[in-house]
Ligand binder design. Structure first.
Ligand SMILES: [Zn+2]
Length: 342
């Protein structure tokens, strides 16, 4: 199927919330990694999300061009072109965009969706993240309100963040952040809901001790109950049903499966996966190079082996390796077999 429509994307999250599962959202930086996600999701009969970060967009635009919006658009267009060959739904999303990068990344991408809609074409992206977590909450939400007006008008979902995800991702290091900011308070969640829910559909990355990057299992101190308490506060204050918010789990590498499953009880419908699929893509390449050492190199006047240094040979292995990890993520998040198309 082609990339999910707005209606399908909304239904994906609604069904996930009801069924207590979540969609894995994979960071990709190339056509190969995007293809790996589509392959893995299709094998799992799971819908899912492909996302591009600012750094991923820069990379995809070419190392001398470094245009984050251009590269992200390029990956999105590739996914629009090939997704119809896979029998699952995929949503396209952009990851962390801090306030100072909005003009270079999210805004031109929304403008491109606006242009496409006017021409009768589908949206370029289904959702965008604005990361105002480094700002005071009032300023964070003020910018989010403005953006949400723009995204809602174009049937795009906006993801925001309250609290700060620790660690380092894409050169954005938060190791200097005070510990209490790593845990969102119920009051923050209430305020975000109050100000944003009347404008349009949004996803909330409410932090609960999560960290970006890679950690050995057991080294990340998550407190998923923070999500439960935030949901309960909003439910009570606004007289709503169970788990009124659509929550996003960032920085989940190295967390225990039991903790991941606990977050599904509290309305997490999207979980970002990056570090683990990076490794899964690179691992088969390492294997290939070590096993074919005297073929990938031209040693002592020899000519090497064209069959093993053709980039397609090891990138095919990388695609397969990453697709396997994609399948594991779908299984961990209980989205396997739940595609809305099956
Ligand atoms: Zn994140």
């Amino acid at each position: 199927m082609p990339v999910a429509t707005y209606q399908q994307y909304v239904r994906m999250f609604d069904e996930a919330k009801k069924g207590k599962y979540a969609y894995p959202a994979f960071n990709v930086t190339s056509t190969e990694t995007a293809n790996a996600v589509l392959l893995g999701l299709a094998e799992s009969k799971s819908d899912g999300i492909i996302q591009v970060s600012t750094g991923g967009g820069e990379f995809a635009s070419g190392s001398s061009i470094k245009d984050m919006a251009l590269g992200a658009a390029s990956i999105a267009l590739h996914v629009h072109n090939v997704a119809s060959r896979y029998n699952i739904l995929v949503g396209l999303h952009t990851d962390h965009c801090q306030a100072d990068k909005l003009e270079k990344f999210v805004k031109p991408l929304i403008a491109e969706t606006e242009r496409r809609r006017a021409a009768g074409q589908p949206n370029l992206f289904n959702s965008h993240m604005f990361d105002g977590s480094a700002l005071p909450l009032s300023k964070n939400l003020e910018i989010a309100e403005e953006l949400l007006k723009l995204t809602a008008k174009n049937e795009i979902i906006l993801e925001i963040e309250t609290g700060v995800v620790g660690g380092e991702e894409d050169g954005h290091d938060t190791s200097g952040v005070s510990n209490e900011k790593l845990y969102t308070t119920p009051e923050d969640v209430e305020t975000a809901y109050e100000r944003l829910s009347k404008i349009g559909r949004f996803l909330l990355a409410a932090t609960f001790g999560n960290v970006h990057g890679v950690y050995k299992p057991g080294n990340v101190k998550l407190t998923p109950k923070i999500l439960r308490d935030g949901q309960a506060a909003v439910q009570k204050k606004f007289g709503l049903g169970l788990n009124p918010l659509d929550l996003v789990f960032h920085g989940g590498s190295g967390s225990a499966l039991s903790e991941i499953h606990e977050t599904l009880e509290y309305g997490v419908v999207k979980m970002n996966v990056d570090t683990d699929t990076q490794y899964a893509f690179t691992r088969p390449i390492v294997d290939w190079m070590l096993k074919n050492y005297d073929g990938v190199l031209k040693i002592e006047g020899e000519v090497g082996d064209k069959k093993v240094y053709d980039p397609r040979s090891y990138l095919k292995a990388a695609e397969k390796g990453m697709a396997k990890r994609v399948q594991q993520a779908a299984s961990d998040l209980r989205s396997t077999g739940k595609s809305l198309l099956s």
